[in-house]
Design a protein around this ligand. Structure first.
Ligand code: BTN
Length: 327
């Protein structure tokens, strides 16, 4: 981690800092510091060195990579021991699944700067372009039965909304069950995948995958999703540090898992406040068929109470609803 630690020190210092001071602070040789600086320059960091003064990191707004070094400005080193940053992977959920079966601990996180096979719900793909979004999966090992898990997905929607609000100031709304929207267009999707023990039926692990459209421009979205998908940047005109936002998401998820399931009321209240599905005419999609209904309320277990056109009431605990366009 020497490279990451040197980067963190350079970021904290607005004036020159000597190689000697860095090496003493980290307990590594001067040679190790100079190799770390070389490696950072290779990564694109603009570091000036002046004899008798030391090193200075130039401001470089173009660098917005999700790396351990960048996350170090926002998360403690102990937390980063359980965070794997990849430049590119097929899907962070798929990668984390392998690690989960290899005994990765609860709370382990995989983040990527790009996904080549980002997966969405219902077998769809999730657009995951390079260096603009956040593609993050976290491993949870709650002691529970499968039917208790849908609430985790709903809680995650609250946790991620809180992180986005803290870092960017914008306040996402939630479309049941777990799409995050800005100005009624989707900025974030969540895919939870469960592994259940064949004997006993206990939950072995849950992988919660979160994809946030952060710094994409409007043109980055293909025509077929332009009217339903957007990014924080496209809606606000402001770029966000993805490392800062990813760290905030991790912090909120950690807090969430400390509170799950006992502090339900707090998450339920926030979930209801952010929800935009209630009162709307919706389509309940199940398999290949869909039925028209009205969304009535969010129940205490985060399920959705709906009334179908024939007056039948139902409580949906997972699945998909789509909001019908108003006439
Ligand atoms: C959806 O809206 O359908 C869910 C999208 C979930 C996308 C995220 S990106 C990180 C993680 N890895 C994946 O392959 N999918 C999830």
């Amino acid at each position: 981690m020497t490279k990451e630690k040197v980067l963190a020190i350079l970021k904290q210092n607005e004036s020159f800092i000597s190689g000697e001071k860095i090496s003493a602070g980290l307990g590594v040789s001067r040679m190790a510091v100079s190799s770390a600086v070389k490696a950072l320059r290779n990564d694109g960091y603009d570091i000036i060195s002046v004899t008798n003064k030391g090193y200075l990191l130039q401001d470089n707004p173009l660098i917005d990579k999700l790396t351990t070094g960048e996350l170090m400005s926002y998360l403690p080193e102990e937390r980063l021991e359980n965070v794997l940053c990849l430049d590119v992977t097929d899907s962070t959920n798929t990668k984390l699944r392998e690690l989960a079966f290899d005994n990765a601990p609860a709370g382990y996180v995989v983040i990527a700067n790009q996904q080549t096979n980002g997966r969405g719900r219902r077998g769809r793909s999730f657009l995951s372009p390079k260096d603009t979004g956040i593609y993050l999966s976290i491993l949870l090992r709650p002691d529970c039965l499968p039917h208790e898990c849908p609430t985790i997905t709903a809680w995650t929607a609250v946790a991620v909304s809180n992180a986005i609000q803290k870092v960017t100031g914008v306040s996402p709304s939630i479309k049941w069950v777990n799409d995050l929207l800005l100005n009624e267009k989707k900025i974030c999707g969540i895919l939870s995948e469960l592994s259940v023990e064949s004997e006993g039926g206990h939950v072995q692990h849950i992988i919660v995958g979160i994809g946030i459209n952060v710094n994409e421009s409007e043109e980055d979205f293909p025509d077929e999703i332009k009217n339903i998908g957007t990014s924080i940047y496209a809606e606000t005109g402001k770029k966000t540090s993805r490392a800062q936002l990813a760290a905030a998401v991790i912090n909120e998820l950690d807090t969430m898992m400390e509170k799950w399931p006992q502090e339900r009321d707090q998450y339920l209240e926030q979930y209801r406040k952010r929800n935009i599905t209630i009162g709307k005419d919706i389509q309940v999609i199940s398999g290949n068929s869909s039925q028209n209904a009205k969304a009535l309320e969010i129940n205490e277990d985060f399920s959705l109470k709906v009334m179908y056109e024939d007056g039948t009431i139902a409580h949906l605990s997972s699945g998909e609803v789509s909001t019908r366009l108003s006439p």
